[in-house]
Ligand binder design. Structure first.
Ligand SMILES: [Zn+2]
Length: 214
């Protein structure tokens, strides 16, 4: 009934929004995106088709589906299965200088930067590599730096229920440097602060900033 190979026709409805694209197989998505990229090339590249760009639509489609938007396919809940009992550690856990490669949802241009994540454990701690995986899962989407910062903090707060969590992201947006304002080197800093970090009396925020070298 007109169903293409590799297509999953199940439709999901989240918060009243019908979403069938999430359920479509990756190979089917690549095929569809490839068609659109090929059409864009016809409009944008006056040199026309040539051997060196033959594979470009497929390469671009694969890059968008498999890499730049790969975060949509990561099961966040599953990342938090790597939670271990806290054996009486009452200090701060800080994972910093986590490289970020994201993409602004307004211009589809790269956002490059670093994330610093700190939390004060309560009953459980998260595998350290998983902190970076959580950052990666949210970064590899169409993003706003503000939303990315908040999503990382919210995920850790919700799944780990620590005493507090703080996330700082410093990033360069190519949409600020290669177009628009054209101000290379401009860094945008965002922070999300939860729990004990919001209470200045605990000193947690200052300690976090010191540990990340700020
Ligand atoms: Zn932008």
């Amino acid at each position: 009934m007109g169903q293409r190979k590799g297509e999953i026709v199940e439709v999901t409805i989240t918060d009243g929004v019908v979403n069938e694209s999430v359920r479509r197989s990756q190979s089917e998505k690549i095929r569809r995106v490839e068609e659109h990229v090929a059409r864009m090339m016809v409009q944008l590249d006056p040199s026309g088709p040539r051997r060196s760009t033959d594979a470009t639509p497929e390469r671009v489609a694969r890059m968008f589906v498999r890499e730049l938007t790969a975060g949509y396919y990561v099961d966040i809940e599953e990342l938090f299965e790597a939670v271990y009992p806290n054996e009486g550690y009452d200090g701060m856990v800080v994972v910093h200088e986590i490289a970020i490669n994201s993409m602004c949802e307004h211009h589809w241009l790269p956002i490059h930067g670093t994330a610093h994540v700190g939390y004060l454990p309560e009953d459980s701690v998260l595998g350290l590599s998983k902190v970076a995986r959580v950052v990666e899962a949210y970064a590899r989407r169409f993003q706003l730096q503000e939303r990315l910062t908040k999503q990382i903090a919210d995920a850790i707060e919700e799944h780990l229920t620590p005493k507090g969590v703080m996330v700082v992201i410093e990033a360069e947006h190519l949409c600020l440097t290669v177009r628009g304002a054209q101000k290379p080197g401009t860094i945008t800093t965002t922070s999300a602060i939860r729990g004990a970090f919001t209470d200045t009396a605990t000193g947690a925020r200052d300690e976090f900033m010191r540990l990340i070298g700020k």
